[in-house]
Write a protein that binds this ligand. Structure first.
Ligand SMILES: [Zn+2]
Length: 78
C-alpha cells in the first residue's frame, strides 16, 4: 500500500501554516490569504482547491489507464 501511495499521491502540497516575514500571495488571484504551497507556487484556499482537484483527476485517469481503478467508475473533472 505504501508503494502505491508513494507512486500515486505525490507530496505536491505543503500547507502554509504560521509563515512569517516574507510576504506571500496567491499566484492566481493575488489574495494574501495563502493556504498552500503546491509545486513551488502559493495558492489561497479557493485557487488551491481547484488546482488540487485537477491534479487528483489527472492522477485518477492515470490509475485507470494502469488498471488500478475499475472501468465502470467515473469521476468528472468538476
Ligand atoms: Zn487565489
Amino acid at each position: 500500500m505504501d508503494e502505491i501511495r508513494n507512486k500515486y499521491i505525490p507530496h505536491i502540497v505543503t500547507i502554509v501554516n504560521g509563515m512569517s516575514g516574507e510576504e506571500i500571495k496567491c499566484c492566481i488571484c493575488g489574495s494574501r490569504d495563502v493556504l498552500a504551497l503546491i509545486e513551488g507556487k502559493y495558492y489561497c484556499y479557493r485557487c488551491g482547491s481547484k488546482v488540487i482537484r485537477k491534479k487528483l483527476y489527472e492522477q485518477f485517469i492515470r490509475m485507470k489507464q494502469e488498471g488500478l481503478v475499475p472501468k465502470d467508475i467515473e469521476i468528472k473533472p468538476e
